[in-house]
Design a protein around this ligand. Structure first.
Ligand SMILES: [Zn+2]
Length: 152
């Protein structure tokens, strides 16, 4: 992941009412909702800003924030979220790869288990055959003993 890093644009004047909030301000420190206004000063004609009912560029205790600065902060926030999501996707992809590896190992294990089962089946058959043989031997032995007692 390339971390070229987005150099943060400092919005300057901090510590004003409500300006500690990043992005679009919802409320002023005084509790009033933020409003969108358009500047009509010579210095910033037509520039849009957020302020509360009592806010102005001169009134430092209340909310006053240029909307373009808010927008840049919002975009930065979104960029941060996207970066986090990219990291998450990266780890998810790694997780998926790990799952593939585990699947491959499981398949090998399943194959080995199937082979072992086949072997066990063969041994069971052999044991069954040996049991039959043992029974026959025992039978023959008892018959032999029986003959011995009857005809001896
Ligand atoms: Zn206020």
């Amino acid at each position: 992941m390339s971390s070229s890093g987005s150099s943060g644009i400092s919005s300057g004047c901090r510590g004003r009412g409500g300006e500690s909030e990043k992005g679009i301000p919802r409320k002023c420190r005084c509790g009033a909702n933020s409003m969108i206004q358009t500047s009509n000063t010579l210095k910033n004609p037509g520039r849009i800003f957020y302020c509360c009912l009592f806010g102005s560029h001169e009134e430092a205790r209340h909310l006053f924030k240029w909307s373009d600065i808010s927008m840049v902060e919002e975009i930065e926030e979104v960029e941060n979220v996207v970066e986090k999501i990219q990291v998450d996707v990266g780890s998810l992809e790694k997780g998926l790869h790990d799952i593939d590896v585990i699947k491959a190992i499981t398949q090998v294990c399943e194959k080995e288990i199937a082979e072992l089962k086949a072997m066990v089946f063969c041994y069971e058959k052999e044991i069954e055959a040996l049991r039959c043989f043992k029974n026959m031997v025992m039978c023959g032995l008892f018959m032999g003993i029986g003959y011995y007692f009857i005809f001896a």
